[in-house]
Design a protein around this ligand. Structure first.
Ligand code: GAR
Length: 192
């Protein structure tokens, strides 16, 4: 089977990246994770990738004078690794339209809300403050407009009366880990 070559972008814990790596261990999975890139040196996910034999690359945005020069380095690394699909997994840098246009249709993101509700940050706090009864997560294509690209998959969870941002986020996160590998597989099959 020809597997799509995937680069995962992270900034921290990397639990969604781990879910993708786990899923890709199945010989029947249509994608392989060829590299994990972090823009932060303290991202825990980098150690995990390296210890699983995956190229783990730090491209620290603070070492670049401009957003564009950071993105040029990121783009060059991903192309050197022959990456075909970028999966953003808790990658907390906004990417410019220039970078995104080079990957349109081949770059996806997981977001902790039922988009178009709660774009941006602090999604669980905002859902609780609104008294939302359902919440969830979305895998979507990355386009120039933040958190607004075409939706690939979503999953809903109930909001319970005694939820805190932590309990709600844990319930959403376990759904993220379920749907992100599914959505990546769908895109990989489409492209191959
Ligand atoms: C996840 O909940 C992901 O949906 C969210 O950050 C967390 C990363 O966790 N992403 C965003 O908020 C993107 N705007 P992880 O590092 O354990 O995957």
């Amino acid at each position: 089977m020809i597997k799509a070559r995937v680069g995962v972008l992270i900034s921290g814990r990397g639990s969604n990246m781990m879910a993708l790596v786990e899923a890709a261990r199945d010989p029947a999975y249509p994608a392989e994770i060829v590299c994990v890139v972090s823009n932060r040196a303290d991202a825990k996910g980098l150690e995990y990738a390296a210890s699983h034999g995956i190229a783990a690359e730090l491209i620290n945005h603070k070492h670049f004078a401009t957003r564009e020069s950071f993105e040029a380095a990121l783009d060059a690394y991903l192309r050197k690794m022959n990456v075909e699909i970028i999966a953003c997994a808790g990658f907390m840098r906004i990417l410019t339209p220039g970078f995104i246009s080079g990957w349109l249709g081949r770059m996806i993101n997981i977001h902790p809300s039922l988009l178009p509700a709660y774009k941006g940050l602090h999604t669980h706090e905002r859902a609780l403050a609104d008294g939302a009864k359902v919440h969830g997560c979305t895998v979507h294509h990355v386009t120039a407009e933040l958190d607004a690209g075409p939706v690939i998959l979503q999953a809903q969870v109930p909001v319970l009366p005694d939820d805190t941002p932590d309990t709600l986020s844990a319930r959403v996160l376990s759904e993220e880990h379920r749907i992100y590998p599914q959505a990546l597989a769908m895109l990989a099959r489409q492209l191959n």
